[in-house]
Design a protein around this ligand. Structure first.
Ligand SMILES: Nc1ncnc2c1ncn2[C@@H]1O[C@H](COP(=O)(O)OP(=O)(O)O)[C@@H](O)[C@H]1O
Ligand SMILES: [Mg+2]
Length: 258
């Protein structure tokens, strides 16, 4: 796979720690994302997943350790600088501008990333991103008229409109039904096929197992596992810290069934 043909990571997180007062939200976490890879970042609520994405995208404020994008240190840079370099993210809580249309919301993403682009160009990028996520026909309505699944895809389109090379997804499947999850899974695969490298924070294990090349597990801010999906979900530490015995047994049963 890509990780072997190109050993230089596109994203290298090294010894990152984040403290909020007395709380250590992330402790000495390192991980790599290789070009073309999808890495799952999982763990219980409060494990530090969102905080780690905040560090990568420049929103975490003071932290220890470094993040390098394509070999260049980006930690400490402002969020818009990091976005312009080619890292986009979605937010766990989707908050579109309610008085702007779907298209205008996505255009802001494209503008934020490249303010010198002509407005016709940003609109074209926004349209392209909306088509990609299946919202082409909803461009001119208000985000308040969208379903949760559509709002999640709007958030994805906003991130894609910045033409990123790395995409960080924070719980884009939360609250969605089975069919909607399958649709997002297919979309994430398509986005990877377009050449992006992706970090997926998600609780929906079925989706994580279906799309990830590697899984990183956090617990109380610390990395407790990092490896291929099958090895990680069978790791006793991961089972007791997060997945629970029921998931492990179900997974094992699926492996032996035809
Ligand atoms: N801005 C903040 N101020 C204080 N504590 C925070 C802040 N953001 C996150 N935390 C704390 O950091 C820990 C990790 O949170 P978070 O990264 O949101 O976890 P996850 O995304 O894995 O659920 C939690 O204990 C949370 O309460
Ligand atoms: Mg979170």
């Amino acid at each position: 796979m890509n990780a072997q043909s190109n050993p230089a990571p596109i994203l290298a997180v090294r010894d990152v720690s984040v403290r909020f007062g007395g709380v250590v939200a992330v402790r000495d976490v390192s991980f790599d994302l290789f070009p073309g890879e999808i890495v799952g970042l999982i763990g219980p609520n409060g494990a530090g997943k969102t905080t780690l994405l905040n560090v990568v995208s420049g929103l975490a404020g003071r932290h220890d350790g470094t993040v390098a994008f394509d070999g260049e240190t980006i930690s400490g840079r402002k969020p818009h600088v990091i976005a312009r370099k080619g890292i986009a993210r979605t937010f766990q809580i989707v908050q579109p501008f309610k008085n702007l249309t779907v298209l205008q919301n996505v255009s802001i993403g494209a503008m934020f990333c490249a303010p010198n682009r002509l407005s016709s160009e940003t609109r074209a990028l926004a349209r392209e991103a909306l088509e990609k996520v299946g919202l082409g026909r909803k461009a001119d309505i208000l985000p308040t008229q969208l379903t949760l699944s559509e709002r999640k895809r709007l958030e994805l389109a906003r991130a894609l409109s910045t033409c990123p090379r790395v995409l960080l997804l924070d719980e884009v499947m939360a609250g969605l039904n089975h069919t909607e999850i399958e649709r997002i899974v297919a979309l994430i695969r398509e986005i990877r096929a377009d050449g992006l490298s992706i970090v997926v924070v998600e609780h929906v294990m079925k989706a994580i197992m279906a799309i990830c090349d590697r899984i990183v597990v956090l617990r109380f801010g610390e990395k407790i596992a990092d490896g291929p999906p099958d090895a990680v979900v069978n790791d006793p530490h991961v089972v007791s810290a997060y997945l629970g015995e029921r998931f492990a047994k179900r997974h094992a049963a699926q492996e032996v069934s035809p």
